[in-house]
Design a protein around this ligand. Structure first.
Ligand SMILES: [Zn+2]
Length: 431
């Protein structure tokens, strides 16, 4: 059979065609004086099915024949008095044009990188996809891609750098600029967030700096670092000898990392990457160690941003693994009750991602957050402990399932903003 007519090839072509059509534009009807025009996937037809123009989701139109033009280039539907559209846009959401809301018209640059159009308040991409709404005072609302039809209002925490140039709805020229506070303009959003979180970033050497940026990037670019920092606090270096909220029992909100331990950790990570195997005093037992201390301590803060139901779930998962470890790898009396220690031949079938994960459910969670911070650790966590791996996927991709109710709205608005701004790629966990 000729390859192009093979069933798979046909099915694929059909899918591609459907997707192209879906992506083209709205479906519905245009009323224009005594004319009643049909719009199918953005193409405008007269009642005799003669194509007479194109309508885009954002209200830009091209007129190609009576009664629409012809004219060159694109006009907004507002420029054609008496023309109204009623129907759905290419994503299936209700669309009324010109509609009732009015806002500015002009060019908008979002996060210094993404060029958008604003048409009487409707914010759209260069390829005419609707992404939100802008009011005459500069307030922005973005569609949340994950919740079709839901607009998220941005505030000074969720909005990224914005430059607008154009006219207000009343026609007066208007330039508008929004910059994030305490942000260094030459750095990206996520770099700025890491710098704000790790207070000593300017006082550590390059290798340590790279370590902090590399291991905190995921949480920063998905908005989780900002939300947790604002609720709990920042991280810095001090002299605490394994000091952190979870260990000392004193909850300050802030994280203090022991300076020497941090230095060692960066060295270990450089040499061994995320995991290393260390012998313990009782031979021949060994322990698997995770070299992701900053993300680990951040994990203790993140714990306080989860729902109580999640705490119970994590506690359960920890208990289950603790019982498995006792059953499969029983330890001599003097080694019981703490980390997971293993005979060399059992290392491969270890129950916990790292030895320290066994000591309490708080450390179990913090070690999981640490491992999840980098690709290598995420892969290992998925293979060894798929249940806790799934909770962490939810933290990033479906936070409304796991994060405290009072943090959800600000986090979802921030994530919608980061997605539009190109900070939060759809495949962020695969990177
Ligand atoms: Zn800890």
């Amino acid at each position: 059979m000729y390859e192009a007519f093979a069933p798979e090839a046909l099915a694929r072509r059909e899918r591609q065609m459907v997707e192209t059509l879906k992506a083209l534009g709205p479906n519905g009807f245009i009323e224009f004086g005594r004319h009643y025009l049909t719009v199918e996937n953005g193409r405008i037809y007269r009642s005799d099915m003669t194509p007479v123009g194109i309508l885009h989701d954002d209200g830009f139109m091209q007129g190609m024949g009576d009664p629409l033009g012809p004219w060159d280039g694109l006009k907004t539907i507002e420029e054609l008095p008496g023309v109204t559209f009623k129907g759905i846009d290419s994503q299936g959401l209700q669309l009324l044009l010109p509609g009732t809301s009015r806002g500015p018209t002009g060019g908008l640059l979002y996060n210094k990188t993404v060029g958008l159009n604003v048409i009487f308040g409707r914010i759209a991409t260069q390829d005419h996809r609707r992404v939100g709404f802008m009011a005459d005072d500069g307030t922005m609302y973005l569609y949340d891609q994950r919740f079709p039809g839901t607009l998220r209002k941005l505030d000074e925490n969720s909005q990224l750098a914005t430059t607008f140039q154009g006219i207000k709805s009343n026609g007066t020229p208007w330039q508008h600029e929004f910059t994030r506070s305490i942000h260094r303009a030459e750095r990206t959003y996520w770099e700025n967030e890491v710098m704000r979180y790790f207070e000593d970033i300017s006082r550590v050497n390059d290798a340590q700096k790279n370590y902090v940026f590399h291991t905190m990037r995921l949480y920063a670019q998905t908005g989780l670092l900002q939300i947790v920092r604002k609720k709990e606090g920042v991280a810095g270096l001090g002299n605490v000898k394994h000091g952190a909220a979870g260990v000392t029992g004193v909850r300050s909100g802030n994280v203090t990392l022991d300076r020497d331990e941090f230095e060692n950790e960066v060295g270990y990570y450089k040499r061994f990457s995320s995991f290393m195997i260390v012998p313990i005093a009782v031979r021949p037992y060994q322990e698997v160690r995770l070299n992701l201390v900053v993300a680990h301590e951040y994990g203790h803060q993140l714990e306080f941003c989860l729902t109580k139901a999640m705490w119970e779930r994590i506690d359960e998962l920890h208990q289950k693994r603790d019982r498995m470890a006792s059953r499969l790898h029983p330890l001599p009396e003097e080694l019981q009750g703490g980390s997971e220690y293993l005979l060399p031949q059992h290392l491969e079938e270890r129950i916990f991602i790292s030895g320290y994960s066994r000591s309490s459910w708080h450390e179990y969670w913090a070690e999981a957050v640490g491992a999840f911070a980098v690709k290598e650790g995420r892969d290992e966590l998925r293979a060894r402990d798929p249940e806790v791996h799934q909770i962490l996927c939810d933290v990033i991709l479906q936070p409304e399932k796991v994060v405290s109710v009072n943090l959800q709205e600000s986090l979802l608005a921030l994530q919608a903003s980061l997605r539009l701004g190109g900070e939060f790629p759809h495949n962020v966990l695969e990177l």
